[in-house]
Structures are given as structure tokens and as C-alpha cells.
Design a protein around this ligand. Structure first.
Ligand SMILES: Cc1cc2nc3c(=O)[nH]c(=O)nc-3n(C[C@H](O)[C@H](O)[C@H](O)COP(=O)(O)OP(=O)(O)OC[C@H]3O[C@@H](n4cnc5c(N)ncnc54)[C@H](O)[C@@H]3O)c2cc1C
Length: 552
């Protein structure tokens, strides 16, 4: 590490010993992106996969609807491309989208070869309809249990059929950099011991950050650590203002909230108001299957009109046996909460679901920091634009995870610069950190701030207030000790600040970014991206508005 490095680290060494390990490749995260990249890279290289919780504690595992891929007889990559670009509201990048839709079908077939049991009828893959897809295109498994089935196959392949060294309970705290190159990562294990993982390349597949909001469909692990780590290491992040809210999360006081997959609407379920009237008809030609941003906006109008905080998903007109078989996860999940999908409309409301932005990558998953790759929700490949097309994210993790493995084959085949003797430049102070109750309260507060000031709708005064409150909250805290909840809190605060900065910059409404003070799309000034990166001189975020192509 360069002696003059002034980049920030989240944790202090406290003078304690730091362990050392070395691998060709470190993969951070065990979701679809990380598993795919690790499996691919391990064909040639010595790979370690670090994951902060258990192997299956991922957003991927919770995915219900399925994977979008142009595999059907009525479909084509061109049609999938057109739908993705339309949903992306003018900001999806055509080149990565083309990669996604053209390579997607092969990746899905490979998943089958790996042992994934997708649902079939008469020997053909069943293809489901979802919002903004012009043809049925979504392959699924276990009815509505796609994520766990796919993750199960990938995990099995990794454990039983690969040389990947799996390390659960390793909380990656920060990336290590030597000048302008990523050379590994620093990790904290369950015993509180720090390990310096030296690697020739690092793949950040740490997922999204739904936990920065009070209500999210995302599991507890989705605290945006990869965004915050990348930011501290000077990596360019892009599109952080675009946070997708899912229209139909169960409206109960739970976190994470229980999702009612979009495929329910694909099979004909209605969105209704308190009087039982459908409110999407006439709003969009596809009614309930309009793009998610359109549905969420209309739901909000209806909720304001009726003075309520939820609407209903009504599947009562569909055959009950069919619902039970087609949607076992939803059916049983509702049943265990005393709700009945067949006979009673289910209360739903929009809930934070997916971070479109992330570490900016090219079509090989390369970030702005050499030897740091990213895929899955942690990355911003440019495919989702301002609004993600349903079921394109599992596909994105697969396609770009695979591309990273292929790129590593090329890059690591060349001799790399020998590591110089380097000094781990962590602060050495002994930190007491914050008490668990302070940390828990601060995590609740950041969620409330984000939900109120930077949620489904935004305006300048709310965003300014949000920025101020997040900064004040951070200042009220002691520097973090060696507690994972606490380190996650600091990452959440960073993600909140970056999201608010990007949202404040975009002076228009587009896709999932809805500004009350700038209600129109402004193609003339805003068909472009917002990036954020750490500015060492000012020790603050540097926000830039780019031309459409970005700068990589
Ligand atoms: C309820 C639900 C349903 C969904 N349904 C669908 C669907 O049907 N189709 C679709 O395409 N998309 C769906 N999505 C979105 C999709 O599931 C996710 O975008 C995708 O699974 C993300 O995969 P990933 O590999 O990027 O991250 P994840 O699956 O979230 O995995 C991230 C991994 O990184 C680890 N990690 C995070 N931080 C650290 C750290 N500091 N150190 C070490 N490890 C770390 C986590 O523990 C985890 O293992 C759904 C999302 C939700 C919440």
C-alpha cells in the first residue's frame, strides 16, 4: 500500500495482529453473482469466496418470480432488448443490454445442466408473464421458489464440484489498494479477528442495500457494504438515485417484508382499492402489468386519494388449486400470517426492493479500480437504466458473473506485478465503538430518514433535510469498533448519503426517481447519468453528471 495513501478505512487495527492469506481471486458474496463468478474462476484459479453470514443468506435465495431469458418460440433477444430499453426509461445502455439478452439464454441452459430443475410442461420450459415483458419470458422453478432452487444448484456445484474455498461468517470490511490497483480485501471473522486477504483480483458481489429503508423486501444482509467499500476505495459509483420500489409487498409491520411476486399479476391477479375497484385499467395499456414505476406511481395516487397507506392484491377470481400449486411460497407465507390468497384481497404497499445503481462496470464487470470487478446488484452495468425490467436481475448476475470469470482467465494469464512490501495503513486507535442499543436506534433512524426524505417521492427540501439528518446522525456516533451490526450501520450511512446526493442532483422525474418539484421527464438535460466517487482532497463525495456513455 502506498505510504502516502489518505483513503479512509472503516475499522481500526487497535494494535492487534492481522492474519494473512493469499489467493488468486477473492469473491465477496454468495448470491447468484458471486457464486457464478467463483465457480467460473475456480476452473483455473485459486478462489476464495467470503460471505458475511451463511452461504444461503442472500437476496438471491428469496427470489420468487424467475429469470427473464429469450428462450421461448415467440421470443428473441431483440424483443427482450427492446422491452429492457423501454422499461429503462431512456437510460439503459444498449451495449450491455445486448450482452445480457444474447448471452442470457445460454447461461440459463447451463444452469439446467448444472442441475437446476426449472418448471416444465410437456417437456417445454414454462414461461411466465411479468410486468413490461411483451411476451411470456420468465423461467421459473418450484412455482415461485426460483431463487432457492437456483441458489441450491449453484451452491451444490460449488461445494461438491469445485475447488472454491468457502469462508462463511467473514465480514469484508474494506478493499485494499496499492496505489491505483485493488490488491485484496480486509475481513473480520466471527471471532473478531481481522484477516488481510491478498488477491490478484477481487470480485465484489455483495448485493444491494434495501436495508437502508425502513421497509424492504431485502434480507438483513443487504446493507450496501460493497457500495460503501467501493466508495472508500475511490471506485466510481453510478445511478445511485434509482431505487426500485416493488408494488406488492405485504403491508404488515415486518422487516424484511414478505413479497407477493409480480408473477401473480402475470397470472391475472388484480390491484384494487378499498372498494374493490381495479385502478390500473386505463392508466397503462398493460394495466397491472405496466412497468413497476408506473404501477407504484398510480398506487401512490390512489392511496393519497383514499387517505390510506395500502391497496389490495386480489386473486379471488383465480382457481384456488392453481394458486396453491403455482405459488406455494406466497400461499404458505400468507397462510402462516393468517391470510388467504384464494378468498381475501391481500393488503399490499410499495416497498424498497432493488438498487439499480452501484459500482460502475464495463461489459466485463471491470470497475474503475483495476483488478476490482463487480457483478449482481452491487454493480451498475447499465442494463437497468432508470427502471429495472422484472426478472432481469438474476439474469444480470449470471451473465456478468460468467463474463468476469472469462475476463479473469485472460487477465490472470498474464504475469502480474509482484506485490511490493506494503504497510496496512489502518488507524491504530483502540475503539470502544457504540453500544448495541445506540447502533440499533441509529439503524432505525437512518431507515426512517431515507423513507421520509428519499423514498418513493422526493423534493429538494426533503432531500436537503435527509442529507443534514444523515450527517448529524453520523456525527453523533463514535467511530465504529469491531462489531458487524455497527460496521453495517456506518456502511448504511454512507449509502444513504450517496443516494441522497445523487437524488438531489437529478432535477427531473424519470423511471423510479420521482421528484415532486420536477415532475416531468427532461430528456434535453437529463438523459444522462449521475456518478459519485470519493474526493480525497475534500474528504467528501464528488457528484458528477455525465454524458450518456459514462466514462469507463
Ligand atoms: C423477495 C425478492 C424477490 C426477488 N425476486 C426476483 C426474481 O424473481 N427475479 C429476479 O431477477 N430478481 C429478483 N429479485 C432481485 C434479485 O433477487 C437480486 O437482485 C439478486 O438476487 C442479487 O444477487 P447478488 O448476487 O447481487 O446479491 P445477493 O443475492 O444479495 O448476495 C449478496 C451476498 O453478499 C454478501 N455480503 C454482503 N456484504 C458483505 C460483506 N461486507 N462481506 C461479505 N459478504 C457480504 C451477502 O451475505 C450475500 O451472500 C428479488 C429480490 C427480492 C428481495
Amino acid at each position: 500500500m502506498s505510504e502516502s495513501s489518505r483513503r479512509p478505512y472503516l475499522i481500526a487495527s487497535g494494535g492487534a495482529e492481522v492474519r494473512y492469506r493469499s489467493h488468486d481471486v477473492i469473491v465477496v458474496g454468495s448470491g447468484i453473482g458471486g457464486l457464478t463468478a467463483a465457480l467460473g474462476a475456480a476452473r483455473k484459479w485459486d478462489v476464495a469466496l467470503l460471505t458475511k453470514s451463511s452461504l444461503s443468506d442472500t437476496t438471491t435465495f428469496l427470489a420468487q418470480g424467475g429469470i427473464a431469458a429469450a428462450v421461448g418460440p415467440l421470443d428473441s433477444p431483440d424483443l427482450h432488448l427492446a422491452d429492457t430499453l423501454t422499461a429503462g426509461a431512456g437510460l439503459s445502455e444498449e451495449i450491455p443490454v445486448r450482452v445480457l439478452v444474447e448471452e442470457g439464454p445460454d447461461r440459463v441452459r447451463e444452469l439446467e445442466l448444472l442441475g437446476t430443475k426449472f418448471d416444465h410442461r410437456d417437456g417445454q420450459l414454462i414461461l411466465a408473464s411479468e410486468g413490461a415483458h411483451s411476451v411470456p419470458r420468465v423461467v421459473r422453478a418450484g412455482g415461485d421458489a426460483t431463487g432457492s432452487v437456483v441458489a441450491g444448484a449453484l451452491m451444490q456445484a460449488m461445494i461438491a464440484g469445485s475447488s472454491v474455498e468457502l469462508r462463511e461468517g467473514e465480514f469484508v470490511v474494506d478493499l485494499l489498494t496499492d496505489g491505483a490497483t485493488c490488491i485484496g480485501a480486509l475481513s473480520l471473522d466471527r471471532e473478531g479477528v481481522l484477516t488481510l486477504y491478498h488477491a490478484r483480483a477481487v470480485v465484489m458481489a455483495s448485493g444491494g442495500a434495501g436495508q437502508v429503508f425502513s421497509r424492504t423486501t431485502n434480507p438483513g444482509v443487504a446493507t450496501g457494504d460493497g457500495y460503501a467499500m467501493g466508495y472508500r476505495a475511490g471506485v466510481v459509483l453510478r445511478d445511485m438515485e434509482f431505487v426500485q420500489f416493488h408494488p406488492t409487498a405485504l403491508h404488515v409491520d415486518e422487516n424484511p417484508t414478505f413479497l407477493l411476486t409480480e408473477a401473480l399479476r402475470g397470472e391475472g391477479a388484480y390491484l384494487t382499492d378499498a372498494k374493490g375497484e381495479r385502478f390500473m385499467v386505463g392508466v397503462h395499456p398493460r394495466a397491472e402489468l405496466a412497468p413497476r414505476d408506473v404501477v407504484v406511481r398510480r398506487m401512490r395516487e390512489v392511496m393519497i386519494r383514499d387517505g390510506v397507506d395500502h391497496v389490495f392484491l386480489d386473486a379471488g377470481h383465480l382457481d384456488c388449486e392453481f394458486l396453491r400449486e403455482r405459488f406455494p411460497t406466497v400461499f404458505n407465507g400468507l397462510g402462516s400470517r393468517g391470510l388467504d390468497l384464494c378468498h381475501t384481497p391481500v393488503p399490499v404497499s410499495p416497498t424498497a426492493h432493488y438498487y439499480i445503481g452501484g459500482l460502475l462496470t464495463d461489459v466485463w464487470g471491470r470497475t474503475s479500480l483495476p483488478m476490482l470487478y463487480s457483478c449482481g446488484e452491487a454493480s451498475c452495468t447499465g442494463v437497468h437504466g432508470a427502471n429495472r425490467l422484472a426478472s432481469n436481475s438474476l439474469l444480470e448476475g449470471l451473465v456478468f458473473g460468467d463474463r468476469i470469470a472469462r475476463d479473469l482467465d485472460r487477465l490472470l494469464a498474464q504475469p502480474s506485478r509482484p506485490v511490493r512490501k506494503f504497510r496496512l495503513d489502518l488507524p491504530e486507535d483502540h475503539r470502544v465503538g457504540n453500544t448495541p442499543s445506540v447502533v440499533a436506534a441509529a439503524r432505525r433512524t437512518v431507515g426512517e430518514i431515507m423513507t421520509r426524505c428519499c423514498g418513493i417521492v422526493r423534493d429538494a427540501s426533503g432531500l436537503d433535510e435527509g442529507a443534514r439528518l444523515v450527517a448529524e446522525l453520523r456525527e453523533s456516533l463514535r467511530p465504529p469498533g469491531r462489531d458487524v451490526d455497527e460496521l453495517e450501520l456506518f456502511n448504511l450511512l454512507t449509502v444513504a448519503a450517496l443516494t441522497i446526493s445523487a437524488a438531489s442532483s437529478r432535477l427531473e422525474s424519470r423511471g423510479v426517481h420521482l421528484r415532486l418539484d420536477y415532475p416531468e421527464v427532461d430528456d434535453v438535460h437529463w438523459r444522462r447519468h449521475v456518478t459519485v466517487e470519493y474526493d480525497e482532497a475534500r474528504e467528501a463525495a464528488h457528484v458528477r453528471v455525465l454524458g450518456r456513455k459514462g466514462e469507463l
